[in-house]
Design a protein around this ligand. Structure first.
Ligand code: NAD
Length: 359
């Protein structure tokens, strides 16, 4: 191996269980490096409450510089009860918006699998959800959350939804590219019977679809989509949607899997750069007890390998190791049936590494 690293990863563990689960994800990344002969250089940065403690702000310039010089970012979680005053001028969660904006992260990806071994953990009937394998591709930097003008008020308030054709085309390309690597079906979700932005969205998505004739495109109104996701989740492959609908639908889909501790996410910029994190927060209620489920963070590593480093075989190896550990019956408390034996955060990380080494 030469002295030059193959890949540089910025690691931002953050707060609460963020640090605990990220430590296990780093172990998995190192194990992938060993098995496949890659040299990953992992460089740590401060973010969230941990950064406020050490540097007085949630997203120090040094952290941004570290991210900008890396091939990808692995984030734990931010949020600390001691900084919970909603009126405070600085809050740990501001780091997330800052990272999205400064790193140009415009596409949010949230895959949901319902593992056979965990179908019982879903609030829906196992025969309905088992085999679900979908991904929500959400536009992250436009739409009603960022539109201007905006006016607060007690008698009248105003929000503005804005989408440009270029923004829609950019996210649509991400959705179709991902569909090509999966089951080649895109469900575009909008509200074209009511919203002008959706009447821009729909033809723009159809125009992009012409570049991907091998991918099937269907449209669903968002109200119908919320029902179909519960009634027939297995039928979905890629769900492509705007910022607000994606926010709501990705939370709805996350419930299908049974635990927040299982679900990874990615936020992508133009090119291959991306930030990867579990969907859960810093979980102060269980922090410091070595009981958090690290699988969402470990599966975020799989997404990082796939989308930023283009190491598909390595990504699959991580996903298969996680599936093997679950099939073997190992559970952290959040996914365990009552009264069954459980493993700790660190033990779960070690089990995945063992499965990776023997896979
Ligand atoms: P949370 O996701 O931290 O926790 C919700 C519930 O799920 C808790 O009961 C927690 O114990 C459980 N849980 C979450 N992840 C788990 C895991 N890996 N294993 C086992 N159980 C897990 O959400 P919250 O409690 O609403 O928020 C706590 C803090 O996290 C807040 O400060 C919030 O602002 C922040 N937050 C950060 C992010 C992020 O960093 N992306 C996301 C959501 C919330």
């Amino acid at each position: 191996m030469s002295g030059q690293p193959d890949f540089r990863i910025a690691v931002l563990p953050g707060d609460g269980i963020g640090a605990e689960v990220t430590a296990e994800a780093e172990k998995a990344l190192r194990a992938v490096g060993q098995r496949y002969g890659h040299q990953f250089v992992l460089e740590h940065g401060l973010v969230g409450g941990a950064a406020m403690d050490a540097a007085g702000e949630p997203l120090p310039a040094a952290t941004l510089a570290l991210c900008n010089s890396a091939d990808a970012v692995l984030l734990g979680a931010v949020g600390d009860p001691k900084y919970d005053d909603p009126k405070a001028s600085a809050r740990p969660e501001q780091a997330l918006l800052g990272l999205r904006k400064e790193l140009g992260l415009f596409a949010n990806l949230r895959p949901v699998w319902v593992y056979r071994a965990l179908a019982e953990a879903s609030p829906l009937r196992p025969e309905l959800v088992e085999g679900t394998d979908l991904i929500v591709v959400r536009e992250l930097t436009g739409g009603i959350y960022f539109g201007r003008p905006r006016k607060e008020g007690e008698e009248q308030a105003l929000d503005t939804m804005v989408y440009t054709r270029a923004e829609v085309e950019r996210i649509a390309h991400v959705g179709f590219r991902i569909a090509r690597e999966r089951r080649r079906k895109v469900t575009s979700v909008d509200k074209a019977n009511v919203l002008a932005c959706s009447r821009l969205w729909r033809p723009a998505v159809e125009a992009v679809a012409e570049d991907y004739p091998d991918v099937e495109l269907e449209h669903l109104l968002v109200d119908a989509a919320t029902m179909h996701l519960i009634k027939r989740p297995r039928d979905f492959d890629v769900i492509l949607t705007g910022n607000m609908f994606g926010d709501i639908l990705s939370d709805e889909t996350s419930v299908l899997a049974g635990s927040m501790g299982m679900l990874p996410s990615a936020s992508l910029a133009d090119g291959r750069f991306g930030l990867y994190e579990p969907i859960h927060g810093s979980a102060p209620d269980i922090a410091g007890q070595d009981i958090a489920n690290p699988l969402a963070s470990i599966l975020s590593v799989a997404m990082l390998l796939r989308h930023s480093l283009e190491l598909e075989a390595e990504a699959r190896a991580v996903e298969e190791a996680v599936a093997a550990v679950l099939e073997a019956g190992h559970r952290t408390p959040d996914i365990a049936e009552a009264g069954r034996p459980v493993v700790t955060t660190r033990q779960m990380g070690d089990l995945v590494i063992e499965a990776l080494a023997s896979g």
